[in-house]
Design a binder for this molecule. Structure first.
Ligand code: KIV
Length: 292
């Protein structure tokens, strides 16, 4: 008999080893129990409960309005569905900028209240002191540099970062600052592929790329983008592996047509009762004045 595949939750030392000798690290976002358990059932190393859930799941226009409570709500659901995958909670806007104390407390809530293994936050040199304080409190931190959606207006919108030598150097310096602050891995978003490669070469902790080329130590995609469930816009770096949105729309339209046309529910979807019992029930209800 074939032995069923048993997934083993990866650890931070595993990720550091994977940078040295491969294979590449895989990360996917998830925001609820159902999809988290799907991700957990395949060989994907990390789940990020991203603040992208603000847009994919909670219906906000951007990631800015999502609150710590909403992030914890999604993270709790994910941890129930994914017991064998390394889990990361994404710190929402203003949960780590107001004070270092508040940042440590909020990062800790992901671990204590939502079953996450680590916290992620955006920013490089700017947030390095906060990363250092959270790591000192015993909470693993993943950094996020390049295009950082919580600073969209400062960055001038969804734009590739590090396109010239000076700005690319600044992104490399961000990566080094996060490494020195103790981050165990760094998401690098929307930079030219050569910049992704040089950041990866410059630091000892793994880079997880999204629109940062093939040479990062790992790759991440937003679940709803790759499944075709988020259709408002599709960044260049997204590969859509399946069109679940289109398939869902077709199924929903078919349900509505079948209900209206009387073909659903069919006999195989119905519970039965003996004909004489049904007749007796009718007579009882009519006699009681409950049915005419
Ligand atoms: O919120 C998110 O999903 C992210 C990924 C794009 C890395 O930060």
């Amino acid at each position: 008999m074939e032995t069923p595949w048993k997934k083993k939750k990866a650890t931070i030392p595993d990720f550091l080893e994977r940078k040295r000798s491969g294979p590449k690290i895989t990360m996917m976002t998830a925001y609820d129990c159902a999809f988290a358990s799907l991700v957990d059932s395949v060989d994907i190393d990390m789940i990020l409960v991203g603040d992208s859930g603000a847009m994919t799941t909670l219906g906000y226009e951007t990631t800015i309005p999502v609150t710590m409570e909403e992030m914890l709500f999604m993270a709790r659901a994910v941890s129930k569905g994914a017991r064998n995958t390394f889990l990361i909670g994404d710190m929402p806007f203003l949960s780590y900028e107001v004070s270092v104390e508040r940042a440590v407390e909020n990062a800790g809530r992901f671990i204590k209240e939502a079953g996450m293994d680590a916290a992620k936050l955006e920013g490089g040199r700017r947030t390095a002191p906060v990363v250092q304080a959270i790591v000192r409190a015993g909470i693993p931190v993943m950094g996020h540099i390049g295009l950082t959606p919580q600073s969209l207006s400062q960055l001038g919108g969804f734009r590739v970062q590090g396109k010239d030598v000076d700005s690319a150097r600044a992104v490399v310096e961000d990566a080094l600052a996060l490494q020195d602050a103790g981050a165990f891995a760094i998401v690098v978003e929307a930079v030219p592929a050569p910049v992704g490669r040089m950041i990866t070469e410059a630091i000892k902790v793994p880079t997880i790329g999204i629109g940062a080329g093939p040479d990062c130590d790992g790759q991440v995609l937003v679940l709803h983008d790759m499944l075709g469930l988020f259709e408002r816009f599709t960044p260049k770096f997204v590969k859509r592996y399946v069109s679940l949105g289109a398939a869902a729309r077709e199924a929903l339209a078919q349900f509505a047509a079948e209900v209206r046309g009387g073909s659903f529910p069919a006999p195989e979807h119905c519970y039965t009762m003996k004909a004489e019992q049904a007749e007796e029930l009718r007579e009882t209800l009519v006699h009681a004045g409950l049915l005419r």
